[in-house]
Write a protein that binds this ligand. Structure first.
Ligand code: KDG
Ligand code: MG
Length: 405
């Protein structure tokens, strides 16, 4: 007789930042984990899982991953959106984990096997002033990274996305202190950013991949201008230039610049990004395993992207837990048009709460060969880090108008 799911539990822990994890247990005693973390809205996904999906999962055959995905997606009637898709994503990854553990195989083998020896990764280097930024980039290169995202401060502004003024590490969601309001001035940013990135290129030479995140803040015309100004810098990509709900406007950006564009971290289904892909409005699609319905759905997004020579580059900030980060590295090892995996890194206790087989070495990631996803949850340790409310900041322009953060 086939195995059955006997429990679907949600564990919330906050070892430096909040994570929501789904734990699926089968009658045969196999345990699978899935990440359901949605930064700043964690409890909504936890409730979706606990109150609405767990009762549907108990009694089901864990081997039927695709059928379960379709049931949860179509069966809700209400489709898409980050809460729904993060919850479905958690179930999907937990079931891939169960399947791998049941068959004694790492998930990348079940996805068709490795198409590369290791997965290229990029990390972040940030500092307010240029000399300190160059030092931060050097420190990343010394750790072996071959691709680095560079973010700096902006003269005249007190806060900027991607860094804290006097603190080396960056975690945008502010724990316990309510909503943080930042001030933003696109003109000041546009005057400064090209010089900063040119200085970084000059410093590292031609052989290092450089990336930059505009974090949804530009109009199409401003994005075109920035892309054009950055062409001599030879960026690997310029990320999230516009909010991109209206994807047609990106045509204007494309007409004016050959700087590669990457978009997709806030999009959750193939239906949200198909236009970006089929119109070749981006070079890289950034959907994450956790927010885009799990391994099963991300693979469909990447399959569509492959047809249009768009490559996968999933979101990998610290708010993507080590569980879905590991899942993403499995996808990366087994998917031909997977370009690069973001690896922001984690607060130290996170590695102990989520012991993992994935590893970083010399600019590359590998998922490891443990059966399943290869990421466990130390529940005793997790219980020592209770949930703390934390909101992402919001941004207002200098006249006080709310704008995109
Ligand atoms: O929760 C929001 C962060 O994940 C996001 O701001 C990070 O843009 C980001 C990136 O590219 O890592
Ligand atoms: Mg980003």
């Amino acid at each position: 007789m086939s195995d059955r799911i006997v429990a679907a539990d949600v564990v919330i822990t906050s070892p430096g930042r909040n994570y929501v994890t789904l734990k699926v247990t089968t009658a045969d005693g196999v345990v699978g984990y899935g990440d359901a973390t949605l930064n700043g809205r964690e409890l909504a996904v936890a409730s979706y899982l606990r109150d609405h999906l767990a009762p549907l999962l108990v009694g089901r055959d864990p081997a039927r991953i695709e059928d379960t995905w379709q049931l949860l997606y179509r069966g809700a009637y209400w489709r898409r959106g980050p809460v729904t898709m993060a919850a479905i994503g958690a179930v999907d990854v937990a079931l891939w984990d169960v399947k791998g553990k049941t068959l004694g195989q790492p998930v990348y083998q079940l996805l068709g096997g490795a198409v590369r020896a290791r997965v290229l990764t990029y990390t972040h280097a940030s500092a307010w002033e240029v000399p300190a930024l160059l030092d931060a980039v050097d420190a990343r290169l010394a750790q072996g990274f071959r691709a680095v995202r560079a973010q700096s401060g902006v003269p005249g502004l007190a806060t900027v996305y991607g860094l804290h003024r006097d603190v080396a590490s960056y975690e945008p969601a502010a724990r316990g202190s309510g909503l943080v309001e930042e001030r933003w001035d696109t003109s000041a940013y546009l005057r400064h950013a090209p010089d900063v990135l040119a200085a970084v290129r000059e410093h590292v030479g031609p052989g290092v991949h450089l990336l930059h995140d505009a974090h949804h803040r530009l109009t199409p015309q401003q994005a075109a201008r920035l892309g054009k100004a950055l062409e001599p810098v030879d960026l690997f990509w310029l990320e999230d230039v516009t909010p991109a709900e209206n994807q047609d406007v990106l045509r204007l950006v494309r007409q004016h610049t050959t700087t590669p564009l990457a978009i997709g971290e806030v999009f959750t289904t193939v239906f949200d990004v198909h236009h970006l892909i089929t119109e070749q409005l981006v070079d890289f699609v950034r959907c994450a395993v956790v927010h885009a319905g799990g391994i099963s759905h991300l693979r469909k997004i990447l399959a569509l992207a492959e047809v249009y020579q768009v490559r996968g580059a999933p979101h990998g900030p610290s708010d993507v837990s080590p569980v879905s980060f590991g899942a993403s590295v499995h996808v990366g090892l087994a998917t031909h048009n997977f370009a690069i995996q973001e690896y922001m890194g984690y607060p130290e206790p996170v590695h102990d709460v989520f012991p993992h087989s994935w590893s970083y070495a010399d600019g590359y990631l590998h998922p490891g060969d443990a059966p399943g996803i290869g990421v466990e949850l130390d529940e005793k340790l997790a219980a020592k880090f209770p949930y703390e409310p934390a909101y992402l900041p919001v941004a207002r322009t200098l006249d006080g108008t709310l704008t995109d953060w």
